[in-house]
Each structure stands twice: as C-alpha cells, then as structure tokens.
Design a binder for this molecule. Structure first.
Ligand code: ZN
Length: 390
C-alpha cells in the first residue's frame, strides 16, 4: 500500500528536475523509466524531433486485449524567472502541511501519486489495464502529447478512458474551454514621418484588427452563446503583446500582435478566427493595397487546444463522481489535454490534486491532504478496475 511518505519522496524527486518547458525533460523521464523498470514495467518513449523531450507511456498491469484506463499528467512546468519566490523552486520545502516547489500542484503531485501506486496496481487483479501517460510541452499549447496520441491511434486496442490529473481539488471536471492562439503579422511601408503620403503605417492597420477583435469580444459578451457553468460564461477574446515601430519619425513598416479565443465547447473558435481573417483580408487589405502594393497581413497559429465536453452519463464520469466528495461534475476555463484524448474516441475527465489558484505562481504549493485525497481516489479507481470495465 502506497503511503504518504512515499508520495512526498517521489514528488520531491520530481520537483528537483527543472523541467521548465524550454528545457529537456529527459532526466525526469529517465528517472521515471528506471523506477518502473525496477518493478518489471517496460515504458515506451515518444520523442520530439530534437530528441531532447519525450512522452512516456507504460502499461502497468492488466489484460492486454482490453481497452484500459490512462492516468495522464504533464511533466513540464512554467518558468520561475521574474517571479518572487521566497523558497527554492526546485527543492521541496514542507511547512504547515503544505509542500512547496515548482510543479507541486501543476502537476507533478498527480504523477507522484500515480508512481507511488505502481505496486498496488501490479498487485490488483485487474479486469481492465491501467496505463500511465506522462507528456512534455503541455504548458506551451499541449504540444507534446500529440506525438503520443498519434502512436496510440494506430494501436489495435485504443484505451477506453483517460483521467487527466490537472489540479481541480479532486473535483470531477467534465468540460473545459478550447483555446486558439494566433500571431498576426501586418506589413506596411516605411518612410519619414514628414511624408506619410509615401508610407503605409503597419501599426495603424494592426490597430484596426485589434479594434475588430475587441468589438467581437463585446458582441459575444452581450449576445453569447452562454454556458453559465463557465466563468466567464462565454467565449473570451483577448489581445496580448503588440510590437511595432522603432522611432516616432519613421512610419512603422511592420507590426505584430498576439491574440486568443477561449471558446466554450458549443462555440466554434475556428469560425470566429475565420471571421477575423475575412475582415483583415477582404476588407482591410484591399484598402491597404490601394496605398501600397507591398501591404500584407499574415496569420500564424501559435497553438490550438480543442474544447472538451463529456456527457454526465458516461461510465467514466459516473465512476469519478461516485468517488468524489462533490455531488456534481464541474466545468473549468483553463485548457488541458483532455480534449485531445477525447478526439481519439476515449472517455475523458479532468480530476487531480491541488488548486489551480496555486499553479504558475511564486511559492507554488500543494496541501499534503490533497495528495492523500488523490491517493484514495486512485486506489478506488484501481479497485473498480478489478470489479468492472469502463
Ligand atoms: Zn497543468
């Protein structure tokens, strides 16, 4: 039986690997692979093209030809740079039943509980296999897991269900918003600002697209569609960093800005994006070209995370709800890998230890009691897999 000390030990080891998304995660993967190997479990790695990062997939135990349950977590963490930490981010500090360290909540805590339960899973007489799937590059747009899913897709037996252990305070989450992140590049023509008649001001035209996005945002806020279980209850549209121009007396030649849609599942984010592209390309660009034929507008995809929505009557949702202290499955506004697993035809749910409010912050921590709740939840999930099949 996995105990709290084993979980805390494993979590401390995992936190010591600085797996900020810009770094390699291979040291953590090596550690995990040998941990499983010592228990006789083979893991499969799916690398990125640089071979500096890898996903790990392992079948812990259970019959081979039955679709199993995946316990899924990401190994990468967000940067600590420019954050005011009072504790060492890559060393564990325990104070007042809280365990501090980067990734404690998001989401090495869940991975530590999974690993600590390895022997329990091996000893259980499972009717349905249990797998671990640990990915890279989740924090930069759920990029890593796609390589793993591409491989899973071609298997004879695709897993039936996936529990994504992102921090939800162990509440069962059955839906989250999608996210489309884009960068827009606006090309104009530079000249001395005393002769604006010869130039084309890229900043001013970019500003028009930004205004269009803002009006779109206000329209959605007013007219919906709405889903009151989300906060906010509608698709959000937001412009982030804007860059353009060098000095005031030169008409800016180039401007770039990033924007995103976070769409509720019933709202098609790609349709919204198309609307913005149509405005830029069919309405704005012809006006720009009239002034200067070099004018151009280009949209670049930064990332896209599909929205996720799972019916309440699915066996996995029902199981997780029955094991949860909450009487209702919730919905969250942040994106996870759940939608990508669901796109493979699997049932999915988000449920994990820790509070998202502590994620990505300086002095990130997890309450030890959350790790205990997660252990109980997964122990019961394992027990359920000895009784019936999802
Ligand atoms: Zn996360």
């Amino acid at each position: 039986m996995a105990d709290d000390a084993a979980i805390v030990n494993l979590l401390s080891r995992l936190i010591e690997f600085d797996t900020t998304s810009c770094n390699s995660n291979l040291n953590l993967i090596d550690f995990t692979q040998s941990y499983l190997q010592q228990r006789g479990i083979k893991s499969e790695l799916a690398f990125d093209e640089t071979r500096q990062k890898a996903n790990l997939f392992a079948t812990i135990s259970g019959p081979e030809n039955v679709p199993g349950i995946v316990l899924s977590g990401h190994t990468d963490v967000v940067p600590v740079t420019d954050q005011d930490w009072t504790k060492a981010p890559f060393n564990t500090t325990i104070e007042d039943n809280k365990l501090y360290g980067r990734g404690s909540t998001d989401m090495k805590g869940f991975i530590a509980v999974c690993l600590a339960l390895t022997e329990d899973i091996q000893q259980a007489d499972l009717k349905q296999p249990i797998h671990f799937a640990f990915s890279y590059d989740e924090e930069v747009g759920c990029l890593g897991v796609r390589t793993l899913l591409e491989e899973l897709k071609h298997r004879e037996v695709i897993p039936a269900a996936c529990i994504v252990g992102e921090p939800t305070l162990m509440q069962t989450i059955r839906a989250h918003k999608g996210k489309i992140s884009q960068r827009c590049h606006v090309h104009g023509h530079a000249c001395h600002s005393s002769r604006i008649d010869e130039g084309l001001n890229a900043v001013e035209y970019a500003a028009q697209i930004i205004t269009y996005l803002h009006e779109l945002s206000l329209r959605i806020e007013q007219d919906g569609p709405f889903d009151e279980e989300f906060t906010p209850a509608y698709t959000s549209v937001h412009t982030g960093p804007v860059q353009g121009g060098s000095v005031l007396n030169i008409v800016p030649e180039y401007c770039t800005f990033d924007f995103e849609f976070r769409n509720i599942p019933e709202h098609d984010g790609n349709k919204l994006l198309q609307e913005v592209k149509d405005y830029a390309e069919k309405s704005l660009l012809p006006r720009m070209k009239k002034k200067n034929l070099k004018a151009a507008i280009r949209f670049e995809e930064l990332s896209e995370i599909p929205a996720f929505s799972s019916a309440t009557d699915l066996p996995l949702t029902q199981l997780c709800l029955s094991l949860s202290p909450y009487d209702k499955a919730g919905k969250i506004s942040f994106g996870t890998e759940a939608g990508l697993f669901q796109n493979l035809g699997m049932q999915a749910i988000v449920c994990g230890p820790g509070n998202i409010d502590q994620a990505h912050k300086p002095d990130e921590y997890i309450e030890i009691s959350q790790l205990q709740s997660c252990r109980q939840f997964l122990t019961q999930t394992i027990h359920n897999a000895t009784q019936s099949i999802i």
